[in-house]
Design a protein around this ligand. Structure first.
Ligand code: 2P0
Length: 326
């Protein structure tokens, strides 16, 4: 069979409602805990992978610039797929994000989901999602979640790897995610180093692991029942518990800015006043406000009026990673 050797894929970032923080195996990049996410439609990574006969090694361009730093993680994923396909060629990888990279907007998740989807297609591999997820998680622990659209759960599988499953398609519960961008600079400590430091030094890390399954199950119930109040309660609690672990890491991981806290308090006051909205915050200062569709305009206007908010992105829930032309 001849394989195309070139393909392009699009994947969207995802936002975790029940978070992943910490690894049980650093070398294999296996998450310590499961997670529950929504895939967004407003932003995307587009990745073109071209395997070239005779080329040694891989070359990576991120947003038009050579990125040697990302190349080793990308090559690790490509090596698995090359071995599988019996192909030895190096690849040119061109990836573009239409949103700030490495600022707590899950650029690595969408980037690696697009990468493995494009690379598998370029090599003529028709892999089940379970296998693609296992390649993607080597690049980024949150990337398997972007392989699917809507609500997605990533768990530790009984065989010791990860298992990713779509829980509810986007149209089944069309929540919106309003993102308040409060800074665009890359964060000081990336998730990978931050997770290792939390595991080694936070006195709360053990309790985070111990109590996580209950949060995940409560989050899954909230989604299955489309119970907004239940999901809001457990998602905010789980997010703040993760940040408590970050804050008690040595040296501390303080991802928030004063504007982050102002947005968080605004969301809390909106919900107290009856608006169906809750917040979540990742390893960065941006605040994601998840709301019912009818509340999106109010939430957007309220967040845009907070001093220090630079931009507000109003996103629906989007599809999983897929190949595209060009
Ligand atoms: C999440 N984060 O569940 C959590 C919340 C950040 C805070 O998944 O080390 O960039 O590449 O596996 O995938 C960030 O994780 O980390 C992340 P690696 P990744 O969305």
């Amino acid at each position: 069979m001849t394989v195309p050797l070139v393909a392009t894929a699009i994947a969207h970032p995802n936002i975790a409602l029940i978070k992943y923080w910490g690894k049980r195996d650093v070398a294999e990049n296996l998450p310590a805990v499961g997670s529950l996410s929504v895939t967004l439609d407003a932003m995307c990574s587009r990745t073109r992978v071209c395997f070239e006969p005779g080329r040694k090694g891989d070359s990576v361009r991120l947003n038009g610039r050579e990125d040697a730093g990302a190349a080793s993680r990308i090559s690790a994923c490509l090596d698995l797929l090359r071995r599988r396909a019996g192909v030895g060629h190096g690849a040119l990888v061109d990836t573009d994000n239409d949103f700030p990279t490495a600022a707590g907007l899950a650029s690595s998740a969408s980037g690696f989901a697009a990468l493995v989807t494009a690379a598998a297609a370029a090599l003529g591999l028709d892999l089940p999602a379970r296998e693609l997820a296992r390649v993607a998680r080597l690049g980024s622990g949150s990337a398997p979640r972007s392989l699917f659209g809507g609500f997605v759960v990533l768990r530790n599988a009984p065989d010791g790897d990860v298992a990713v499953e779509p829980l509810l398609p986007a149209p089944a519960w069309p929540l919106r995610v309003v993102i308040a961008i409060v800074a665009t600079a890359p964060k000081e400590t990336g998730s990978r180093d931050g997770m290792a430091a939390s595991r080694a030094t936070s006195p709360y890390y053990g309790e985070w692991l111990r109590s996580h399954d209950a949060d995940l199950e409560a989050g899954l119930r909230g989604v299955r029942d489309r119970d907004f109040a239940a999901l809001a309660g457990v998602a905010e609690h789980n997010c703040l518990k993760m940040h408590a672990v970050m804050l008690t890491t040595r040296p501390p991981l303080i991802y928030w800015s004063p504007t982050t806290l102002a947005c968080l308090q605004l969301v809390q006051s909106l919900r107290r006043a009856g608006t169906p909205v809750f917040f979540t915050i990742d390893a960065g200062p941006q605040v994601k406000a998840v709301c019912e569709p009818g509340a999106a305009a109010l939430v957007r206007d309220a967040l845009a009026a907070v001093p220090g908010v630079m931009q507000v992105i109003d996103s629906g829930l989007g599809p999983g990673a897929h190949c595209t032309d060009g």
